[in-house]
Structures are given as C-alpha cells and as structure tokens.
Design a binder for this molecule. Sequence first.
Ligand code: UGA
Length: 445
Amino acid sequence: MNITVVGTGYVGLVTGACFAEMGNTVTCVDTDQAKVARLNQGEVPIYEPGLDAIVQNNHKAGRLSFTSSLSEAMADSSVYFIAVGTPPGEDGSADLQYVLDVARQIGQHLDNYGVIVNKSTVPVGTADKVREVVAQQLDERNLDIAFDVVSNPEFLKEGAAIDDFMRPDRIVVGVESPRAREVMAELYQGFSRNHDKLMFMGVRDAELTKYAANAMLATKISFMNEVANLAERMGVDIEQVRKGIGSDSRIGYSFIYPGCGYGGSCFPKDVKALMHMGDEFGYQTDILCSVEERNQAQKHRLYEKLSERFADGLSGRTIGVWGLAFKPGTDDMREASSVTLINRLIDAGATVRAYDPVAMDEARLQFPDTVFAAGKLVLCEHQYDALADADAMVLVTEWKPFRQPDFNAIKKLLKQPVIIDGRNQYDPYSLKAQGFDYTGIGRDR
Ligand code: UGA
C-alpha cells in the first residue's frame, strides 16, 4: 500500500519505517526541512535501537522517503497517518493545534477517497474534530469526496519501539465505516499473520483505550511507590512484597517496580490530559489526581534521602549521579527524575557529577549554561569518573552497565561509602556486608 505519515517524531518515524519494512511504500512528511534533509541522507535524529538500520535500508530500497510537501506525499496514497505532537497546554489538556492543522491541509489536498488515521495520542472526540475540519475544507473547495477518520493509537515503548510495533500485543482500531475497516485490515495484515491482533471498536472507544492503558500503568507504579514509602516506615522490604504480589497472575509482575517516579513524554502528559478530560466531562478523577501527586512527590524522594543522610546539609558536598534518561534504552530526559534531583542538589549548594550512557548531549540541553560554567554540574566521560571524591552515589536510571558495577572501585572513589539506589538494583544485605551505607526505595530497615 502507499501510505503517508505526517510528523517524523518518535511515533511517526517508527510507524513509517515499520510499514516500509513490511513492503509498503511510505512517504513521511515534516515541516522541518532540515530534519527532512537529514532523514533523506539516512540520518536518524532520535536514539532508538534498530531504527537507523530500518530507515536506511528502506530508504535505499525506495520504500521510504521524506518530504516537507504534504500535497506531494498525498498524491500517491490514500491512507494518511497523523502523528504530530500533542504537547500539554498550561492546564494539562492536550494541545490539538498541530493535529487540526494537518487535518486542514489534508482537506485542502484530498482528491479521492482517503482514510485519515489519528496515530497521535488525542483526547476523546478528536476524530470528530478532524472530520469537521476536513469536511469544511472540502466544502470550501465545493468537492463531495468521501473520507473516513480512524483512531489507531500507538502502544510502543521508547527503547523497544521497533519490536513493539512489529510484534504488538494488540492493534486497536477505532473505525465507524466498513470501507475504512477494510483498508485498516489490509494495512495491518502483515502484523497479524499468526494471531489476529486487530481489535476493531468505536472511534471514541479507541481514543479512550490509549489513555486508559497509560493511566493504568502509571497507577500501578504510583500505587507501588506509595506502598514502598509505607514499607520503609514498617521495616518491610518492598522487593519481597513486589515478588509476593506479582506472582498473582491477576496482578502480574510488570509495572510494579517501585522507584524514584515515572517520567517520559507519555505517562505524565497522558495522566494529566485524562484528568483534564474528566473536568470537561464533569467528573472528578480522584484516583488519577493521586497517581499524579504521588509521582510528583516520588521524584523528590532521592533528594530527601540524601538530606536525611547528610543532616548537616548538602551545601559544599559532591554527589555522583548514575543515569539521566527517564529510563534505560533512550536519551529522552523529558520529565526525568534525574532533573528534579539535580536541580534540588544545585539549589542546595551541592556539586553534581553525572554520567549517562546515551543522554549526555540531551543533558547539555536540559540545564542552563550557567550551571555548567559554574561547575555545579559536571558531565563525566565514564561512569566511575562521576564518583571521584563524591560524598555519595545515586543510581537514578537502571542502565545495564550500572547493574553489576565494581563495588571495590566505587568504595575507593567515594569519600564516603554512601549509595542511594533509586531503582532497587542492588542487594542491600550484600552491600551492607561490604561496608556500604545503602538506601533503596521501600527497603530501609
Ligand atoms: C509508555 C507505555 O509503556 C507505552 O505502552 C506507550 O505506548 C507509551 O508510553 C506512549 O504513550 O507513547 P514509555 O513512556 O516509552 O512508554 O516508557 P515506559 O517503559 O512505560 O516507562 C515509563 C516510566 O515508568 C519510566 O520512567 C520508568 O522508569 C517508569 N517505571 C516503569 C517504573 O517506575 N516502574 C515500573 O514498574 C515500570
């Protein structure tokens, strides 16, 4: 099939590349001409394992191209994915201006029947708005062309995007017309060959499914963080509790890892957007509100633990931080717990030495130049450099090279053998036996 994907951000680029990999011809559109030029040279602007190869191979094979002209892209295709950003507005609601702008342009260039697919995470009712905008443009052009608007939310995770897209648990498609349903079934045929992964439902059902999935996962995490904070006060090891409850298949092991809060561009944004939808529809979402509040507070736990440990103050101290990305496998630092911790440490007069396997360039953009110039934040070349003469080490992101480090080397480097483990990666009993002053999340006895 010939497909147009508008927006070459995370979701758009992965969607375009994976459909091309399945043998389709895909044109990706982005208004950023410099980005389009780079992509046409095979340069992938985001860090995502495996994406470079898929983009380059399919580009070479002529199945994947990039342009900044939507009309040019639309000329050959009849399926148009909208995968542009929906950033949070001041009040937490999803800002639809980019989605509706693309809808307007599609309406200006549509010449034959087409299926417009909302791939971006958009509030319930957005497909109706897209339909209205397209219809208005067709009216203005005095054209009576049939089209459908479909909701096809994406469930991929950063760092595992290709695998998630290629081998999805399910493909949710909200569709109202048999004609569009047929197009979507054909489009996803290759992904559903062994098992039928396609789930057809109403458009609004699909729109809410996306938010409910992210909000449920965020709820599991905040719930576990709450129980972990309680466990600390009760002399309980949350890791034992986690295993104990995860073994119940109704609860399951995933997304019950306590830690220093969830980050990224999706959970925080989507929980807030769903709360906002609650307000709009006259329903107070108390659970979501608590999920969000727990997470905000949880991001401060590492700083609080350091303050408790260094009761005479953090001013003048040096703290070594391992991990800056919001999770392993990405260079994304949006809403990362590391940012909350580092800002609080700098405000308290401490110096931070930090290391991340891939997010160092991103870290340079996240903090103001003055912080680097004043030597308040030092980005180190190697994970062990970050610990030189530090009063404590804090693990924020559980990258693999941090999981089994050389504890003898760590002990020699640190001024004091203090480890604060924000992701419960280390064995407290073994570390205490090695002479470390160890604090995890929900496991302090
Ligand atoms: C999330 C969802 O998992 C995807 O299914 C969804 O498609 C995506 O949002 C989206 O809406 O686009 P992502 O933001 O890439 O994916 O990251 P996750 O792997 O879900 O992790 C989110 C955060 O939760 C991370 O900060 C992670 O450290 C934290 N987390 C995760 C925990 O604190 N505990 C856990 O048990 C699991």
